[in-house]
Ligand binder design. Structure first.
Ligand code: ADP
Ligand code: MG
Length: 686
């Protein structure tokens, strides 16, 4: 054969600048592509041998990677099927025509072992090379060795060459900007990343040893890969220790996994892998350790978003599938049918595994629950399919640590925690220390209190309210113990109402200023044994604020003050005492004001009734002025009234003390108010 010159059969005049630029960020993948091709060629030879079409020995075949710093080359050699001149022309020169397609057509049944999936493949070597040589000799008898050479323009040369052994050497003449790929350390790192589990041994130089204070090569190949990684093995042949060891290999710094799932499916898509449930200690770890995606044991990526559902990205481990399209854009992936099926399959497997774990060993499942719950709640919140399965094993834990399934919990509290409107009320705390007294009060009423202090528990609560019928969740401090689960309507008689209004005004006047908080004072008959003053925060308002905080553009909501209710227990002796004190201390002052008010209010009612049916223009200016005057007089009387009550509040240490104690109990007493409280308390006990 004479030396040939030719033009590479591509449509674009010069594809190399495009390759270089387009793939700039991912330069390093060239090594994966070239080594994967070498592995492919070796696998193909093995396939031929198994069919009797190749008679030679294929037991010790390997791929070698070597650096020649002086020559400035990186060489990847294999002992695979090699190529004839004609095959080079077909598979390399006409790049659109990938050899893998041809081969697959012919050996369909064994196709899964062949990697050729990456599209750009061989030509990615030009991202880092000024010239690439292929020196190759086909496995066919009497094949002539050939050398193909190309300097990154569409022109190439093809000439006969001397080569003793069957197989292919790809020689990359590394260009000026990419000298890093001539560094041993860099190549070692890349081989570890991409080639660690390739099915054919990959040797990178020789194993080294220390001799006379120096590192020297031994005779043994430095094989960088494990050709039979755990996920390719039959689960029944593996022990727990095997799974743990593999996990440690993948994530050396991580705690032991909780448990794992071995994935293995051939139809309707091909997928193997092992997924681990990690012990997650903090958020940083979630982002550092990820599921690794492989394609026939070639590492592809560790960003598996769009391939597995979001919540599964919290898992660790390996997924290996030749059926995930790798050379298409990420957004396309989501709509790919195979990817959808794969994602559903994995979700189902994970749910099944959790379910069987729950059924076979509930005690162990409960023990691991705290580590599992973030993950399971994420799944429940993001995947409707997952909720349908998880609802049977997801747990709720109460403050005593007792765990219930959803079903069990509803059953357990039904009797005592159904309100007058037939709604089930689930009580919870998200901070058992801060809400201690509220928890105690709820317990005293025989209620069960859930501990929901997980990162995702707030949205979970909303989700459960949507999924369950006639159920609401209320934090223990969401209302007074009586009103948390209202069993009947509260009734107050008129006389009490007036007395309560006076009480409310007195306490209102006694409230100190609290930063970022607003209080609404109200009364409730909570029983003599309950606290005299209680601060509650409406579940609805609190959730509004919490949700708003998480929503971009809604932050003004978060800036708003927190709204609390200051509830006076009208059954408590101290509150009663204040109530009686109000009457005796202000009764004389209030009597004439109230008499005056009654007269004014009657006058206003009469005026309003007279004007009600008239058109605005038919009301005389005098009549208008009179109504205005009456309204002003009423307001003035009320001011006097409040002033009288405020005067009482100022004089009354019990009022201030009761308010401050309630604030203190909720961590709301700070600064000047706290100082005043301490001083007053000291005075009181002196
Ligand atoms: P793909 O691997 O997707 O087929 P590549 O561009 O990586 O695409 O390779 C093109 C073709 O060149 C391969 O299909 C194969 O036929 C041939 N080839 C590349 N490298 C080798 C090799 N080391 N030995 C034998 N054939 C090879
Ligand atoms: Mg390839």
């Amino acid at each position: 054969m004479a030396t040939q010159k030719g033009h590479i059969g591509i449509t674009t005049e010069n594809i190399f600048p495009v390759i270089k630029k387009f793939l700039y960020s991912d330069h390093e993948i060239f090594l994966r592509e070239i080594v994967a091709n070498a592995v492919d060629a070796t696998q193909k030879l093995r396939t031929l041998a198994s069919k009797g079409e190749f008679k030679g020995d294929t037991t010790d075949v390997k791929v070698s990677v070597s650096i020649d710093k002086e020559a400035g080359t990186l060489t990847i050699s294999d002992q695979g099927i090699g190529m004839t001149a004609e095959e080079i022309d077909r598979y390399i020169n006409q790049i659109a025509f990938s050899g893998a397609t041809d081969f697959l057509e012919k050996y369909k049944d064994d196709a899964a072992t062949i990697i050729g999936h990456f599209g750009l493949g061989f030509y990615s070597s030009f991202m880092v090379s000024s010239r690439v040589d292929i020196v190759t000799k086909s496995y066919r008898e009497d094949a002539e060795a050939v050398k193909w050479s190309c300097d990154g323009t569409p022109e190439f040369t093809l000439e006969p060459v001397e080569k003793a052994e069957r197989g292919t050497d790809i020689v990359l003449h590394i260009d000026e900007e990419n000298k890093e790929f001539l560094e041993e350390g860099r190549i070692q790192t890349l081989l570890n990343k991409y080639c660690r589990f390739l099915p054919i041994p990959v040797a990178f130089g020789k194993k080294k040893e220390w001799k006379d204070g120096q590192q020297v090569d031994t005779a043994e190949d430095n094989v960088i890969n494990d050709t039979h990684p755990l996920w390719t093995k039959t689960p029944s042949t593996l022990t727990d220790e095997d799974y743990r060891n593999f996990y440690r290999d993948l994530y050396p710094m991580q705690d032991e996994p909780l448990f794992w799932i071995h994935l293995n499916v051939e139809y309707p898509f091909n997928l193997t892998g092992v997924l681990y449930f990690p012990k997650i200690k903090n958020n940083i770890e979630i982002h550092r350790n990820k599921i690794q995606l492989y394609c026939n044991q070639v590492f592809v990526t560790d960003s598996v978003e769009n391939i597995v559902p979001d919540f599964l990205t919290l898992l660790h481990g390996v997924i290996d599938s030749p059926d995930i399209p790798l050379n298409v854009s990420r957004s396309y992936l989501q709509s790919d049918r195979n990817v959808k099926k794969i994602s559903q399959y994995i979700t189902k497997k994970v749910a099944d595994r959790l379910s069987s774990l729950f059924k076979s060993d509930r005690a162990q499942f409960e023990e691991k629950w705290d580590d599992l719950k973030l993950f399971i709640h994420y799944g429940i919140l993001s995947e409707p399919d997952f909720y349908d399965k998880a609802k049977n094993f997801a747990l709720l834990k109460d403050i005593d640590g007792k765990a219930y399934t959803y079903e069990e919990y509803r059953e357990a509290i039904k009797e005592n925690q159904t309100d007058k409107d037939d709604q089930l009320v689930c009580l919870y705390t998200n901070d058992r220390e801060a809400q201690f007294s509220y928890i105690e009060a709820a317990k005293a009423k025989g209620y069960n209190v859930l501990l929901l202090d997980g990162q995702l528990d707030a949205p979970l609560v909303s989700q459960l309210e949507q999924k369950w019928e006639k159920t609401r969740f209320v934090r223990v401090d969401g209302d007074t113990p009586e009103r948390l689960i209202p069993k009947k309507d509260e009734s107050v008689n008129e006389a009490d109402k007036a007395a309560n209004e006076n009480l409310t005004s007195v306490f209102n006047a006694g409230l100190p200023q609290v930063e970022k908080a607003q209080f609404h004072v109200e009364t409730s008959a909570m029983g003599a044994a309950s606290a005299p003053v209680l601060i509650t925060q409406s579940e609805y308002m609190r959730r509004m604020k919490e949700t708003a905080r998480l929503q971009p553009g809604m932050s003004f909501y978060g800036e708003m003050p927190d709204m609390y209710s200051l509830v006076l227990n009208t059954d408590h002796p101290l509150v009663k005492q204040v109530g009686e004190g109000v009457v005796s201390a202000t009764g004389e002052k209030l009597a004439p004001i109230d008499a005056e008010l009654r007269g004014l209010q009657a006058r206003r009612t009469a005026l309003e009734a007279a004007q009600k049916d008239l058109k605005p223009e038919d009301v005389t200016p005098e009549e208008k002025a009179e109504l205005e005057q009456v309204n002003n007089d009423i307001a003035a009387q009320y001011n006097q009234r409040n002033e009288a009550l405020a005067g009482y509040a100022r004089e009354n240490q019990v009022v201030s003390q009761l308010i401050d104690l309630a604030l203190l109990q909720n961590g709301l007493l700070r600064g000047e108010a706290l100082n005043a409280f301490v001083k007053r308390s000291v005075d009181l006990i002196r």
